[in-house]
Design a binder for this molecule. Sequence first.
Ligand code: SAM
Length: 292
Amino acid sequence: MREIGELPGALPAVRSRALAPVRRPGELSRVIPTTDLEAREASAAAAGAAVKRAYVQRMFSDIAPRYDLLNRVLSLGIDRYWRRVALARLGWERHPGGTFLDLCAGTLDVAAALSAQAGFSGHVVGADFAEPMLRAGHAKLRGRAITPVVADALSLPVAANTLAGAIVAFGIRNVADLEACLREVHRALQPGARFVILEFSTPRRALVRSCYHAYFHHVLPRIGGLVSGHRTAYTYLPASVRSFPEGSVLAERMERAGYGDVQWRSLTFGIAAVHVGTKTADGRRETGDGRR
Ligand SMILES: C[S@@+](CC[C@H](N)C(=O)[O-])C[C@H]1O[C@@H](n2cnc3c(N)ncnc32)[C@H](O)[C@@H]1O
């Protein structure tokens, strides 16, 4: 197995980068008591305050050993279906031998699913700034063409115009600066390549919304807290979804960041949404006022 952060020489799209200083896997898996301060920090982070980057990196490092289990239990397995739908929009078949980015890769579910597609002969870079998350997904590498890289979504160790496509699943909501992240991925994409965003959203229909609210705000924080030993991680989750732009607004932001042909659709009564944007053929970015 390749060391995390150590990149293969044959990967021209990616340049090497020193590992971010993160905690060791498993070190923080024990129960962490929730204090008022932690709860306040979680809601400030969800609202996008300056503490967000540090809080998110620490929180995912802490819950990494239980992350996959919690995903399956708390989503009742639907998360796998959502990832499949998102992956189907990436258009990897147009460049089956290309280099693709799984952004905010976590435990590498998306990277593993992409590299396992029949006919895929390319390479997947799984980038995440919480090293324990990448390490928790270690078993999914199994000789596959995946390179886990400890990297921040706002400063990717990837040369401009090189990626054949990029995908982020349940990660972009956690990034402290959405616009900067959209621009950073746009920079790294080849002209014509797609960026697929899979993210939670808030259902519009009143009945679904009230069930969702009860589950997200009452059931999920309790089960999530018990299993992960981290109470605020699962209060941060619904709060961060609430603060994240809804479908049409995210589509507009993608357009403002330079993506063309932006399309999106709701999944499972609006609990999640998938957005797709394409770097235009000339690769230039529109500015907010319509200039290039
Ligand atoms: C909810 S997990 C999603 C993991 C995975 N994509 C999945 O589908 O299960 C969000 C991930 O985003 C990562 N993340 C959040 N902000 C990031 C940033 N600025 N740069 C890199 N990774 C980030 C976290 O460390 C975490 O592993």
